[in-house]
Write a protein that binds this ligand. Structure first.
Ligand code: PMP
Length: 338
């Protein structure tokens, strides 16, 4: 029989798909790593599995344990999927900026979800990280997976995402483009690709315009799960341990408008229904590809699906309300913005 024992065995091995229409006029090929085809719907399934397996091996997770995490949503879904299969309870602490769909999906997997204000500084008692630490400390048998500082986050990408991209491109990838949230994706994938290519792969971070990773001033922005927003009252600057900035060769800074319109464009013109952070990454990839030629090969990672943003990115009323659509229906074609 052609079967697998558990859905968890279907994590990874996602397709690498050529972008054909949004790349019109470019001579450099651009391929998209379509991470929403993971069974939990995002790139984060990879790290959920690797962090849980490490915690089990170290005896931190046993049947009946509770997994606690501060998550913008996708890591929670990956953890909830693994937890459902192995009998763990889940408590997720999520900022109120995350879409209603993400919260509903987490609850559908049986997780308990605490929604916290997204506009308080790190260190504030209501900040998602403070609440997750408190819940973990107060819950017997709890394990805080701590994706921002867990080495098994970047390691998952070093062991799976990087080797997959290298194999799928027959070693011809020259540029890798991804957003930076915890930094795990770009760090682990970049480390592998740079090692295996002896430094020939250029790594590009795609950052929301006002995020601090690429030197922005840290104002809030709409795109979820990438970049880092610094509250004006924050004194500590908590750089995730999962992120090694030395592996990023250059950054492209991308506005909310470009990111969100590009996500819509990818659905309509490539049949790729992806979230806003995939839009951010594709804008950066197209800018990079425009400076390259036919002997180069750009790979861009698309973290998750547009289905969990139907009430935002794909809702014309929401887009118009925030000034991202000038006219009824379609916004300007993405190429006009580059
Ligand atoms: N985009 C989305 C939709 C995500 O969920 C995440 C993970 N938070 C990222 C981008 C960034 O990935 P990473 O945390 O590995 O930097």
């Amino acid at each position: 029989m052609d079967v697998i024992d558990s859905l968890v065995d279907a994590v990874g091995r996602t397709p690498l798909v050529r972008l054909n229409r949004v790349t019109e006029g470019l001579s450099c090929p651009v391929y998209a790593k379509v991470e929403y085809l993971n069974p939990g719907g995002s790139v984060k399934d990879r790290i959920a599995l690797s962090m849980v397996e490490d915690a089990e091996a170290r005896g931190l997770l046993r049947p009946g344990s509770t997994i606690v995490e501060a998550t913008s949503g996708n890591t929670g879904v990956g953890l909830a999927m693994v937890a459902a299969q192995r009998g763990y309870r889940c408590v997720f602490v999520i900022p109120d900026k995350s879409s209603a769909e993400k919260i509903a999906v987490l609850r559908a997997y049986g997780a308990e979800v605490l929604v916290c204000p997204g506009n308080v500084p790190i260190g504030h008692p209501e900040h998602v990280r403070s609440v997750s630490e408190r819940v973990a400390a107060e819950t017997p048998g709890a394990w805080l997976s701590d994706q921002y500082n867990n080495a098994f986050n970047p390691l998952a990408h070093y062991r799976s995402t990087g080797p997959e991209i290298w194999r799928q491109t027959d070693g011809r990838v020259t540029h890798f483009v991804a957003g930076v949230g915890t930094g795990g994706t770009i760090t682990g994938t970049a480390r592998y690709l740079k090692e295996v290519s002896q430094g020939r792969v250029t790594v590009v971070g795609a950052d929301p315009e006002s995020s601090v990773y690429a030197g922005g001033e840290g104002r809030p922005y709409f795109v979820e799960s990438v970049g880092h927003f610094r509250h004006p009252e924050t004194t500590e600057d908590l750089w995730p341990e999962a992120y090694d900035q030395d592996l990023v060769d250059l950054f492209e800074r991308v506005s909310d408008r470009e990111s969100l319109l590009t996500a819509r464009d990818l659905a309509r013109r490539e049949g790729l229904l992806v979230g806003g952070s995939a839009g951010t990454a594709v804008v950066a990839a197209l800018r990079v590809a425009a400076r390259l030629g036919p002997d180069d090969l750009v790979v861009v990672l698309l973290p998750d699906s547009g289905r969990i943003y139907l009430s935002k990115v794909f809702d014309d009323g929401w887009m118009r309300h925030y000034g991202f659509l000038d006219h009824e229906g379609d916004g300007p074609a993405v190429r006009d913005l580059l």
